[in-house]
Design a protein around this ligand. Structure first.
Ligand SMILES: [Zn+2]
Length: 435
């Protein structure tokens, strides 16, 4: 980092390990107390685990607290795990549910303010400055991406152009005419922009882009290289999820060697996903976060299902906030394709609901630069002769989009084509190469 570079909340970004831990302890005690006093679910759980919030004395004591899972949020639909009266909730976001019940997250004024700060820190840590022109091509709406990136850029003091998703020609026109210097979108959308630029005969030198803020889906280092090369930018990775405010949990610094977790808000642990046992630093496991200042919806030990190694060594950028090294996979069967999280059982649900289809199917995951999913499914013997295959293919593809927002290539097969198994059927064939 250049000497004298402006950093948003420099003190918080550059806190020492010792100061981080002292602050975490203070905030964690208060947050466990807040959850216990104001959320019946937490009071009940802590009581049955025999935990008195007053007896939480050191950071390691967090391990005594029961986990919170995504199902807990759904079980508390519509207003979620709420610790404040409704008149103090100032915004809701929601993500599409795996069971039809959306996961709703709520924010007080403090929470929105804090989220904006954390996102502004992400921009700043990634190298974005107040003088930058930020084009935000994330979706605005119930999804946390659009407003999260928007608020953060405004908080930093940059100029924000809220183009939202889609209309790529207009994105490029704005980018060119407004001299956009920072592009926020999913990595896959940036690849699409690259194709469109080539089609229009434009090169990076026709643009002023210098940084890309890319999150919301896992992407490989190879994809990063392509994006950096074709757009002539630094492509920075971000991590977040709507349950944890949204984007803004962790971000890469210019070293691009892991994502710094803002650990004065997110107390991180790594656990064995099968036993729940806390692992030592450096061991790969499921990452679990306790939010330290959240008012509306306290989350104690929230299980992310993401598997990663957390690096606690100070980064060469000078920051001591621990880093998430590349996420290696999910702790269960969840598939992540093109920014959509989906369980094979959900795909199965949709296929099995259609009379025209048989029971045998396979989900094939492949990757070139991006992940692709195809669903191969047998047509039921009754429909094999008479069904219009083109129309049926379209119907299945549209059902997957409508219910799961999943864009899959559907291939219909004759009855009896998929190899039968005597043991557990191999439903998911993952041909993606993972580093
Ligand atoms: Zn760093």
């Amino acid at each position: 980092m250049k000497e004298g570079t402006y950093l948003f909340q420099r003190d918080q970004q550059m806190m020492s390990r010792k100061d981080i831990e002292a602050l975490q302890l203070k905030l964690m005690k208060a947050q466990v107390r807040h959850a216990y006093d104001n959320v019946p679910m937490y009071r009940k759980r802590l009581d049955s685990a025999g935990i008195d919030p007053a007896k939480i004395k050191k950071l390691e004591d967090i391990a005594k607290v029961p986990f919170t899972k995504k199902d807990d949020l759904r079980d508390h639909y519509p207003y979620g795990i709420r610790a404040v009266p409704l008149d103090r909730i100032k915004r809701l976001h929601a993500s599409s549910g795996t069971t039809g019940i959306p996961t709703v997250v709520s924010y007080t004024s403090h929470d929105l303010d804090r989220w904006a700060d954390l996102m502004a820190r992400c921009y700043s840590c990634a190298g974005v400055e107040q003088t930058d022109i930020v084009q935000n091509a994330y979706g605005y709406g119930l999804f946390t991406g659009g407003l999260g990136f928007h608020m953060g850029a405004e908080r930093l003091g940059a100029l924000v152009i809220p183009t939202a998703t889609g209309n790529t020609k207009r994105q490029i026109k704005m980018m060119k005419d407004m001299r956009t210097s920072v592009l926020c979108c999913t990595p896959s959308y940036s690849l699409y922009i690259i194709e469109e630029l080539a089609e229009e005969g434009l090169s990076p030198s026709d643009l002023d882009l210098r940084i890309g803020m890319f999150g919301a889906e896992p992407w490989s280092d190879e994809t990063r290289k392509i994006i950096e090369d074709k757009l002539d930018i630094a492509a920075q990775d971000l991590y977040g999820m709507s349950e944890l405010y949204g984007p803004g949990v962790a971000v890469e610094c210019p070293e691009q060697n892991g994502l710094h977790i803002w650990s004065d808000e997110f107390l991180v642990e790594t656990i064995n996903p099968d036993t729940g046992e806390v692992l030592s630093p450096g061991e790969k496991g499921e990452i679990v976060f306790t939010m330290l200042t959240r008012e509306a919806m306290p989350l104690l030990r929230y299980r992310t299902r993401d598997l990663a190694v957390i690096e606690y060594e100070k980064c060469s950028c000078g920051r001591s906030h621990p880093r998430i090294m590349r996420i290696k996979g999910r702790s269960d069967d969840m598939l992540i394709v093109g920014g959509v999280n989906v369980f094979p059982s959900q795909i199965e649900d949709i296929l099995m609901r259609m009379d025209e289809l048989g029971e045998q199917y396979q989900i094939v995951l492949e990757t070139d630069r991006l992940d692709h999913i195809s669903v191969k499914v047998e047509v039921s013997p009754n429909h094999w002769v008479k069904a219009d295959m083109k129309e049926l293919t379209k119907k299945v593809e549209e059902s997957l989009i409508a219910s799961l927002t999943l864009r899959a290539k559907v291939e219909l097969l004759a009855p009896g084509t998929i190899p039968r198994s005597e043991g557990k059927a191999k439903r998911v064939i993952d041909l993606r190469k993972r580093i």
